[in-house]
Design a binder for this molecule. Structure first.
Ligand code: TRP
Ligand code: SF4
Length: 336
């Protein structure tokens, strides 16, 4: 049986929020017990492709993201957590793969296209070579570990397709060395923001972070968008257009959700009480994560140790793959 090797990661550009939790973290916690090898990279090099002018932000968020991982239950005994920039083999592979992909193909990549359109302020009319080429670097991330399963959001699927193309091209020229990965889409779809926006994010100011305090959670839930036609307490409401009801479905028991819906529709439930109940349920769900975070924040040396160990282990694996690649590409000059 072929080994199941899972690899995924995040750009360290901010703390992780409940959208990340339902969209990817929860799934990773489950997957860590189901695969033979599991890697999670903190993609600092990729983060620099659109934050090259803000290295301090990237640096600061590397540890924040790792603490988020640990606080949701990603177990460093099962998962190798490492820093992308500390694996030079990945940068080397990126250079080799850059011959196997055309500029036109990168420009057509839907993920890259959308992102370039969103980053007009940074790039102006002309995008950098590094940003345009980040799918090549992501293909290196994946193949440097022989990864077979890459859990990603739907928006990232074209990047996996691009990686598969690079793998096929490499193998057709240099021999069957690389493995073609599969994208694994988690069942949960994207979680909407507190304002009803399709996307939850820092720049939109509509996110609840895993590290938010109870007070912050309360404040944010109080500002959530509800049925705008409900003015008086006994007005009949429509939970289908209320973000509070939407989040009750994620954080409250089935029975509570049914009550919310029925009482809202009947006009027997007040929005303030409804929000308070939700805020409490969110705070209760996130409490163990907050406690774990506090523990690691008080013991930064443990976080460093996990990263150093993970990076060492990752490097060893990437070196093995690199040896195979160099041999296939006739770059193994003194190894015979
Ligand atoms: N592109 C991913 C993101 O923006 C991060 C990432 C970098 C990644 N390398 C990866 C994801 C390899 C999966 C596999 O979140
Ligand atoms: Fe939303 Fe609850 Fe108010 Fe209904 S009662 S509109 S579900 S906050």
């Amino acid at each position: 049986m072929e080994k199941k090797i899972m690899l995924t990661g995040d750009r360290p550009t901010g703390r992780l929020h409940i959208g990340h939790y339902f969209g990817s973290l929860k799934n990773r916690v489950k997957m860590q017990d189901e695969v033979d090898e599991c890697y999670i990279l903190v993609a600092d090099v990729q983060a620099l492709t659109d934050n090259f002018n803000n290295p301090e932000k990237v640096r600061k968020n590397v540890r924040e993201v790792v603490i988020d991982y640990l606080s949701v239950g990603i177990d460093p005994e099962k998962v190798t957590i490492y820093i992308q920039s500390m694996i030079p083999e990945v940068a080397e592979l990126t250079v080799f793969y850059s011959n196997l992909v055309t500029i036109a193909r990168l420009e057509r990549n839907p993920t890259v296209k959308t992102e370039i359109a969103q980053k007009k302020e940074l790039f102006g009319e002309s995008v950098t070579y590094g940003f345009l080429g980040y799918p090549v670097s992501q293909a290196a991330d994946i193949t440097a570990f022989d990864a077979t399963i890459v859990p990603v959001g739907e928006d990232q699927q074209p990047l996996i397709e691009q990686c598969r193309e690079i793998v096929r091209k490499f193998n057709s020229i240099y021999g069957e060395v690389l493995r073609e990965p599969e994208a694994y889409l988690s069942e949960t779809k994207r979680i909407k923001g507190l304002d009803g926006n399709e996307k939850m994010g820092k720049s939109l100011g509509n996110a609840i972070y895993l590290s938010d305090s109870e007070e912050e959670i309360n404040k944010k839930v109080m500002s959530a968008v509800t049925d705008p036609s409900r003015i008086k307490k006994d007005d009949k409401g429509n939970p289908d257009i209320c973000m509070v009801a939407y989040y009750h479905n994620l954080f409250s028991t089935k029975e509570e959700c049914e009550n919310v819906c029925a009482e809202c529709k009947a006009g027997t439930r007040g929005c303030v009480a409804c929000k308070k109940q939700l805020a409490k349920n969110i705070a209760d769900t996130l409490k163990p994560m907050r406690e774990k975070r506090a523990y690691y924040e008080a013991h930064p040396e443990l976080v460093d140790e996990i990263l150093i160990k993970g990076t060492e282990k990752a490097r060893k694996k990437a070196k093995e793959v690199m040896a195979k690649v160099k041999k296939a590409m006739k770059l193994d000059y003194f190894d015979q």
